[in-house]
Design a protein around this ligand. Structure first.
Ligand code: FES
Ligand code: FES
Length: 178
């Protein structure tokens, strides 16, 4: 059975080794932050870090991920405090949010190797598709995240630490149950 590290935990997947990593993460590990968009490598919604590299999990089989370290959006930071997460919120680089996990992962991988990227660097390293068109704000958010990573700026409006998804949903009237 393919075994790999997911968000710093060893996992043995009881699945066919040819199963795409995307479906192992979403369906077996319940890590649904990684999104299915196109399934053919075009959109980037399924990006995860594999040994620190942003890769499309729809194109990687479990066999190919064997022995490697995978980080999903759930594992990027324990309290949503990664500079990219803070900057995406601060710059409102999120509309429907479907593309956001993949974009955050791609941006985190970029900033790990270049914390002062130009707009061209960002376009090259974050080719993810967004049907809502957040691209101008995306560039601003990633450059701001770079400043946070370089410690030349701090963002105070981070999400409240410790809030559970259930509590967050209760705080949004439109998401209240009947
Ligand atoms: S779902 Fe993987 S690139 Fe679109
Ligand atoms: S924010 Fe909606 S797809 Fe990007």
């Amino acid at each position: 059975m393919p075994s790999l590290t997911v968000n710093d935990r060893p996992v043995d997947f009881q699945l066919d080794p040819q199963t795409p990593l995307l479906w192992a993460l979403r369906d077996a590990a319940n890590l649904t932050g990684t999104k299915y968009g196109c399934g053919v490598g075009d959109c980037g919604a399924c990006m995860v870090l594999v040994d620190g590299q942003a890769l499309r999990s729809c194109l990687i089989s479990l066999a190919e991920a064997e022995g490697r370290s995978v980080t999903t959006i759930e594992g990027l930071s324990a309290d949503r405090s990664h500079p990219v997460q803070q900057a995406f919120v601060a710059e409102q680089a999120i509309q429907c949010g479907f593309c956001t996990p993949g974009m955050v992962i791609a941006a985190a991988a970029l900033l790990a190797r270049n914390a002062d990227p130009s707009p061209e660097d960002i376009k090259a390293a974050v080719p993810n598709l967004c049907r809502c068109g957040v691209y101008p704000r995306l560039v601003r958010a990633i450059q701001r995240a770079g400043r946070v990573a370089r410690r030349v700026e701090t963002i105070s409006a981070a999400p409240a630490p410790g809030i559970t998804p259930e509590d967050a949903a209760r705080a949004v009237p439109a998401m209240k149950g009947p």
